[in-house]
Design a protein around this ligand. Structure first.
Ligand code: FE
Length: 234
């Protein structure tokens, strides 16, 4: 498998490229608009054709590259069925599969950070979006976030995966690149709770500043990165 983990310093976002063979098809997860030229160059260098570009959820901290990639490559843009983004060509839901060449990614609905948050599962690794981060979990205080739903997504879905499943999140702010389900179960401070109520209490006690790009990123992402509305949403 061809696998690349790409990083956008501005938003601390990880973007993942998956392909199988030279001359074959590729998939990108969580592309960042400003990085699209880099992705296009890499796709060309690796001699792969972008078939699918997927966002794990509507991001609040960077503008998506989905629209630009679709324009440039004719790829299919993919999000979960709950997404209100208006240029998504294919909406997926729990239990469906995304296929590139022989690789199948299983679609897991993992709401909580947002109500349109999804994870994507390969046999040995899971792309967790902002549901499960390395030693953290995605904030649940905006964009229809729900800590109770996030508890379910974590404890009843992601943590049920085999312990050695690699965890690739959508962001990292601390220099970490990859973890495993077992490592997170043991060492992630957010996962050391004994009940859903305790998790909800923990999450509700957290205070966050709004992401610096939120007023630009959310409306732009609802338009798949194509229209940035000055002044943002209220
Ligand atoms: Fe997010």
């Amino acid at each position: 498998m061809i696998f690349r983990q790409l990083y956008d310093q501005e938003s601390s976002t990880y973007t993942y490229l998956i392909a199988v063979r030279d001359g074959g098809e590729a998939l990108l997860i969580d592309p960042v608009l400003e990085r699209v030229p880099q992705y296009l160059k890499l796709l060309q260098e690796l001699d792969v054709k972008l078939l699918l570009a997927v966002d794990t959820h509507v991001h609040a901290d960077h503008v998506t590259g989905l629209g630009a990639l679709r324009t440039e490559t004719g790829c299919t843009t993919v999000m979960g069925e709950q997404s209100h983004a208006d240029c998504v060509s294919l909406k997926v839901t729990e239990g469906e599969q995304l296929r590139v060449d022989g690789v199948r990614l299983e679609v897991m609905y993992t709401p909580g950070h947002t109500d349109d948050s999804y994870s994507l599962l390969l046999p040995d690794r899971v792309f967790t979006g902002d549901t499960l981060l390395i030693r953290g979990t995605g904030r649940t205080d905006f964009q229809n976030g729900d800590p109770a739903a996030q508890y379910d997504s974590l404890f009843n879905k992601l943590l049920k995966l085999p312990e050695d499943t690699l965890v690739y999140p959508a962001h990292d702010y601390n220099g970490m690149t990859v973890s495993t389900i077992g490592e997170e179960r043991r060492h992630n401070p957010r996962l050391q709770v004994s009940s859903q109520a305790e998790y909800v209490e923990l999450m509700n006690a957290l205070e966050f500043a709004s992401p610096k790009l939120m007023d630009i990123a959310v409306p732009a992402n609802l338009a798949c990165g194509n229209k940035v509305i000055p002044g943002g949403v209220r």
